[in-house]
Design a protein around this ligand. Sequence first.
Ligand SMILES: [Zn+2]
Length: 61
Amino acid sequence: MPSCNEMKKGEVYACGECGLELKVVKECKDAAENAETCACCGEEDICCDITCCGEPLVIKK
Ligand SMILES: [Zn+2]
């Protein structure tokens, strides 16, 4: 399951339930001055998981 720090520019993530597809156009590490400060990744347990329909999105090859 993707967290924002693992999602790379150009990758497409899909929801297996509804068919939604999301493409990464900008990585958080490129936007933040310091990726270490990414607000959702201060603690691993609560690092952001990108979900849809209650399921984690999966990378589309
Ligand atoms: Zn969905």
